[in-house]
Write a protein that binds this ligand. Structure first.
Ligand code: UTP
Length: 289
């Protein structure tokens, strides 16, 4: 079955990047001239997904505003003949069918995904973590969707991380199938050093069967007292296995200060309008470092 729906959990508190996230959702942090969540919606759309549920909470109204018409602004741009800017705003509004639901308590990523049950129904669905921006020619979630169609199992987007990072992420037991595709046989969230399974971690993307919802309902709070999506995926994995895709594309962790800086710097260098000027600026700056 083809993956037609996506869920973007964006209800986290973003405590690692306080104070900016006190009033501003981290998903709205800019990467040059677009908020992080727009890159994520565009990735899903590029993979052929048109129905997207964004899971929000109090104070995330800006996300809804961003994907809605801004009538006064649009009228002003039209009157001024700024057709390119107006077309870009209209493109954003028409990107996808975007739905919203609130996670009423911040009880973890697994708890947030559980709120998508009615939207998803009885279909496989994509999950794109709202603070993981992945930039590449072949949309990462599309790579996972193809693996779903080929192998018929839940799919996790995976990459190797450093021995320091793995303790803060998830760690997977994997065996190679072909090229960048692996069979996932076990996983653990935020492992103690002696429980690390490998340096492969789930990074920001997965495709899940609807069976995950019953599993989530029975998943108790795990690391950090939160209902962890990884714990539910572990149950799914032990039951029927999952596929891991070491996706192409560069991932930026917009939930961390260094990730925000890397994204800004690298996207700016490739930006049509400001790329050249920014490159010159950086070269000059580097000489003084
Ligand atoms: P994180 O654990 O990185 O988000 O969750 P966080 O809780 O905002 O992070 P810190 O540690 O406080 O800085 C990964 C994704 O899951 C969403 C987040 O918005 C992020 O996109 N999330 C997390 C929820 O939607 N609900 C939650 O209860 C927790």
């Amino acid at each position: 079955m083809v993956v037609r729906k996506a869920v973007i959990p964006a209800a986290g508190l973003g405590t690692r990047v306080l104070p900016v996230t006190k009033a501003l959702p981290k998903e709205m942090l800019p990467i040059v001239d677009k908020p992080a969540i727009q890159y994520i919606v565009e990735e899903a759309v590029a993979a052929g997904i048109r129905d997207i549920l964004i899971i929000t909470n109090r104070g995330k109204g800006l996300i809804e505003d961003h994907f809605d018409h801004a009538v006064e602004l649009e009228q002003r741009l039209a009157a001024a003949g700024r057709d390119a800017a107006l077309a870009e705003l209209n493109r954003i509004t028409g990107l996808a069918n975007i739905y919203y639901i609130r996670q009423k308590e911040t009880k973890g990523l697994g708890h947030a995904v559980a709120a998508a049950r009615a939207f998803v129904g009885d279909e496989p669905f994509a999950v794109l973590y709202g603070d993981d921006v992945i930039i590449g020619d072949d949309p990462a979630i599309g790579q996972l969707c193809r693996a779903w169609e080929k192998y018929g199992k839940g799919v996790a987007g995976i990459k190797e991380v450093t021995p320091e990072q793995i303790l803060k992420y998830s760690s997977l037991a994997v065996s190679p199938i072909e090229d960048n595709i692996y069979a996932v046989t076990d996983m653990i969230e935020k492992p103690a050093p002696d429980k690390v399974l490998s340096l492969f971690s789930i990074l920001g993307r997965c495709v899940l069967p609807p069976a995950i919802f019953d599993i989530l309902d029975r998943t108790p709070p795990g690391a950090g007292g939160e209902i962890q999506l990884t714990d539910a995926m572990k149950t799914l994995t032990l039951r029927e296995g999952m596929t891991g895709v070491d996706f192409t594309g560069k991932r930026y962790d917009m939930g961390s200060k260094i990730g925000i800086l890397q994204a800004t710097c690298e996207v700016a260098l490739a930006h049509l309008e400001v790329g050249e000027a920014f490159r010159e600026y950086l070269k000059g700056l580097a000489e003084r470092l």
